[in-house]
Write a protein that binds this ligand. Sequence first.
Ligand SMILES: [Fe+2]
Length: 333
Amino acid sequence: MISKNIENPPNSGSQSSLADSPSSTSTLTLAHLSDPHISCMHAITTRDLFSKRLFGYLRWKLFRGSGHSDRVLSVLHADLASTKPDHIAVTGDLTHLSLAAEFEKARQWLQTIGCPSKVTVIPGNHDAYVPTDWHKTMAHWTEYMLSDIPQDSERPINNIDRIFPCLRIRGHVAIIGVCTAQPTAPHLAVGSIGVSQLGRLEKILSQTAQQKYFRILLIHHPPVSDIVSWRKRLTDAPALQSLLADAGVELILHGHTHFVHQGCLKTLSGSVPVMGAPSITALDRPADRRARYYIYRISSGDGNWNVRLQVRVYSPSENRFIRESEQQFSNKL
Ligand SMILES: [Fe+2]
C-alpha cells in the first residue's frame, strides 16, 4: 500500500472538493461512521437495572452522557446531503444499553440517512450489552445487516449467526461485515468473531478476490493489537490476522475506540489501511475524540486500486462538519 497526505487544510466550508468531483461509474463513494450510542434513558425500568445495564446507566449519567449529543446526527444528515455518498457503513454501537427503545430509535435514525440497500450496519458490543429478545432489538435492523443474497433464505432470521458475515456488492466494491458483538461481564467490552464466522469469512474473501472486487472489511473491534485495553480487545484478533494474511483484504474499517485510529495490517494484499472512526455523536472531547466521519472514493486505474479519503470533523463552534484532512492510498489490483 502506498499512502500519502494530499493536504491537511485549515478548516474549510462544508462543500468538499471530493464531493464536488464529477462522479463516474467506476468510482464508488463510501461514508464510514461509527458509535452513535443513541440512548433512551427515560425508557429504562427498574427491572432493566438488575443487570450489567446498571453500570452502563450510571456511567452514562455520571460521565459519558454529557459528551454525546443526538443533535450532531441532524448536522450529519445535512452534511451527508452535501457529500452525497453512494453507500454508508455504520460500524456498531448504535445503542448504549441495548434497550428495545434504543433499537427502535436507531432504526428511525437509520431511515433518515438511507434505505437498507444504501446503508450497511454491523453491531457493536453496546448493541449486545446484555442478552435480549431478538424480535425487540436486532430485528429492527435486519434489513440493514443482511447480505444481498442471504444465506439459507428459507429459514427465519432470529439470531445474529444467521446474518454474519454479510456481503454486499456495490459496483466494484465488496462490503463485508462481521459481527464481534456479544454479551459480556460488567467490566468487559471484549468482542470475538468465532470459528464458524471466521470460516465463512475466509470463503467470502476468497470468492470476492477471485472476482477482483475491492474488499472492505467492516468490524466493530479493531483487529490490530495494542490499540485498546485488554478488557476491550478482540479476543480472536490473532486468528483474524492470520486469516487476512492468507486471504487478503483491501481496507479495514472499525469503530469501538472512540478516538481516531489509523494503522495497517500485513495481508496477502500487502500492508492495508486499518481505519478507526470516533463516535459520530461525540461533542466537546479532546480533538482526536470529537465526532468525525470518513468519505472514501474508490476507483481503479493503471493497474491499481486508488482510494481518496476525506476526513470530516464536527466543529462545535460552527455546529457543522468541516473538512479536516485528505489522503490517498493505492494498492495493486
Ligand atoms: Fe462505542
